[in-house]
Design a protein around this ligand. Structure first.
Ligand SMILES: Cc1cc2nc3c(=O)[nH]c(=O)nc-3n(C[C@H](O)[C@H](O)[C@H](O)COP(=O)(O)O)c2cc1C
Length: 441
């Protein structure tokens, strides 16, 4: 089978570009590896010797848009369009009979064999954080997404399953136990697809196939189809047993609530012959980008349905979840305010949104603030929405067990007002000079 694309092909590309940091000294999966990841946040890292384990740990491969561009063979500024295109893809991935993720099959599995990391001192236990979870809904078909999983025994984990999304819906439709496969060390484009939230019934494997080749293979203990190029697959069942999940430090680097969540029983583990374990540090650049980037096409599409959108970025300063910048080509007075409304529709968890014109570099926070400083007047350009459904991740929101979190939202229209002399609002360029003529020898 053609070894492409996989976690390994990406690691090779990163190494060829001097972007992979290798740690040769032994490191402990209990707190130490997480601290190394925090120190090297934003860089792909391979920890070669893991205390008590035979397999290496890799992290940080999703921690910069440049790595996505490299892995997806595109330019950073074209990622949004590439992902938007993949959302439209209807091509089903091919199904193969044999796969590298089954080079070793353990029918009496033991989670202790995996270097599952404990990230923060107060965490409830070791957590799998980079596992792509695949389930099959009896009505809606397969669903692929992320679920953090806390290890609570040799064959037991507890999964954080957000209500009314793919896995929760499949679980309700099953009316009892639901088979699940957790894929650790899946190809980069599969991670990105799994982080997307298309409407229920839209299989993220189609998005993955729209991004790059995604051969699938059937699980050993269920009929779930999983990405063939995966390092480690945990097969099991989501049961109706409930237990405490957490504490867990989440995206905002603040502790999430402890909740009663479903226990997952492990039935088998399959791996490559020499597997690499993938970890993701909660609240790191990698966590943020994976959460936020897939929301950019959703916002873009919504805004574009009403006004001319040209770009969207979910900012890392806003935890890559709560803040977004929308760039539009303004044609009417109220285009900025319409864009704000549509942007909130495109990403229900977004709390604050800034709309700018096409001359503003939305990847440059100074330029965005310059637009606010020179184009925005709060009495007419500010939109405030109180007590809206919002993110469970923002500690300043209103959170009640079993109810959707509530938050206030703010939209700032920092576009040039309509009907004014536009030149008065544009940066005047300096005339150019050949500086080498004026610097010393
Ligand atoms: C790194 C990462 C971790 C996530 N962890 C969880 C989680 O623990 N539980 C959960 O329900 N969703 C989690 N999510 C969000 C889901 O993966 C995301 O909302 C998913 O796209 C929902 O898709 P679905 O509606 O098709 O199920 C996480 C996302 C990312 C990128």
């Amino acid at each position: 089978m053609d070894e492409k694309p996989s976690l390994r092909t990406l690691l090779t590309m990163l190494e060829q570009n001097n972007l992979l940091t290798r740690i040769e000294k032994e490191a402990d999966p209990n707190l130490v590896i997480a601290s190394i990841m925090a120190e090297l946040d934003g860089r792909p890292v391979m920890i070669e010797k893991v205390k008590g384990h035979s397999m290496p740990v890799v992290a940080g491969i999703c921690s910069d848009r440049d790595y996505f561009a490299l892995g997806l063979n595109t330019k950073k500024q074209d990622l949004l369009q590439k992902l938007s295109g993949a959302f439209q893809s209807t091509k089903r991935p091919p199904i193969v009979d044999d796969a590298v993720c089954k080079e070793k099959i353990y029918s009496n599995p033991n989670l202790d064999d995996l270097p599952i990391l404990t990230h923060f001192t107060g965490d409830g236990g070791p957590y799998i954080t980079a596992g792509v979870a695949v389930v099959k809904d009896q009505d809606l078909g397969q669903n692929m997404c992320f679920h953090r999983l806390m290890k609570i025994g040799r064959k037991k984990m507890v999964a954080r399953i957000v209500k009314n999304r793919g896995t929760d819906t499949a679980l309700k439709n099953a009316g009892g136990e639901l088979p699940i496969a957790i894929c650790i060390g899946a190809p980069l484009h599969v991670l990105l697809a799994a982080a997307c939230s298309p409407p229920l019934g839209h299989d993220e494997a189609l998005i993955a196939q729209g991004l790059d080749k995604t051969p699938l293979v059937r699980c050993e203990t269920s009929d779930i189809l999983i990405p063939a190029y995966t390092e480690i697959v945990i097969e099991g069942r989501i049961t109706d047993e409930m237990t405490n999940e957490g504490p867990f430090v989440d995206l905002t680097q603040t502790p999430d609530l402890i909740r009663q969540q479903q226990v997952v029983e492990v039935d088998a583990i399959t791996t490559r012959s020499d597997p690499i374990y993938q970890a993701l540090l909660p609240s790191s650049q990698e966590h943020k980008l994976l959460m936020g980037m897939p929301k950019e096409p959703s916002i873009y599409t919504k805004v574009n349905s009403a006004v001319k959108a040209t770009n969207v970025v979910i900012t890392t300063g806003g935890c890559s979840w709560l803040h977004g910048i929308v760039q539009i080509e303004k044609h009417k007075e109220d285009d900025g305010k319409i864009a704000i409304e549509k942007a909130f529709e495109g990403h229900g968890s977004m709390k604050n949104c800034i709309v700018v014109d096409t001359d503003i570099d939305i990847y440059d926070e100074k330029d965005v603030e310059w637009a606010l400083a020179t184009r925005f007047q709060a009495s007419k350009d500010l939109v405030i929405k109180t007590a809206q459904p919002g993110s469970s991740l923002d500690p300043s929101g209103i959170h009640e067990e079993g109810k959707k979190s509530l938050t206030d939202k703010m939209g700032l229209d920092a576009t040039i007002p309509f009907g004014v002399k536009k030149e008065m609002f544009k940066k005047v360029e300096f005339s150019r000079v050949d500086i080498s003529k004026y610097l010393g020898d």
